[in-house]
Design a protein around this ligand. Structure first.
Ligand code: FES
Ligand code: FES
Length: 177
């Protein structure tokens, strides 16, 4: 029996693959199943539960994270494809305990209710403002097409994005003073 369980453990080990990720500035070397999704690895191996599991089919945007400078749905992303990459999740956004201006804008605009969609919304706002610091309404609508919120009715989320633009500008200004 003991021999059998050792053989089984060896089989499992053989099928595992090594994955190296730098997540929020910290390097991790992990053993994973070849078909594990990034969502599964981040939540279940690295305990980064700010990455939310919603639809699991690329529809709701609750699971988005940055791989390099690209925002991806981690529920559809095979983790091995991120080997060697730098990742940013919602946990890496605040610095030295201070909230990122985008996080603050969501709070100040009252755009956080149950909060389940919020990590995805905040990262999508960062992605939008990084690509386009002066987004028009249609840019915001296009970006948030892939993000579902059951609570806010989106009006406050849109207010938060406009406020985030302002806060990010002020933040940059303060850095230059
Ligand atoms: S959980 Fe990934 S898009 Fe919904
Ligand atoms: S705040 Fe509840 S789903 Fe968006």
């Amino acid at each position: 029996m003991l021999l059998l369980s050792k053989v089984w453990r060896d089989i499992v080990k053989v099928n595992k693959k090594q994955l190296t990720l730098t997540v929020n500035g910290e390097e991790h070397i992990l053993l994973i199943n070849p078909d594990d999704t990034l969502l599964n690895v981040l939540r279940n191996q690295l305990n980064l539960t700010g990455v939310k599991e919603g639809c699991n089919s690329g529809e709701c945007g609750a699971c988005v994270v940055f791989v390099g400078n690209k925002l991806v749905n981690s529920c559809l992303y095979i983790a091995l494809e991120a080997d060697g990459e730098e990742l940013l999740t919602i946990e890496g956004l605040s610095q030295n305990g201070d909230m990122h201006p985008i996080q603050q804008s969501f709070i100040d605009a009252g755009a956080v209710q149950c909060g389940y969609c919020t990590p995805g919304m905040v990262l999508a706002t960062k992605d939008l403002l990084d690509r386009n610091p002066e987004p028009q309404n249609e840019d915001i609508i296009e970006t948030f097409n892939g993000h579902l919120c059951r609570c806010t009715g989106y009006v406050k989320v849109f207010d938060a994005i406009r406020l985030a633009k302002e806060y990010c500008e002020n933040d940059k200004l303060e850095e230059t003073i």
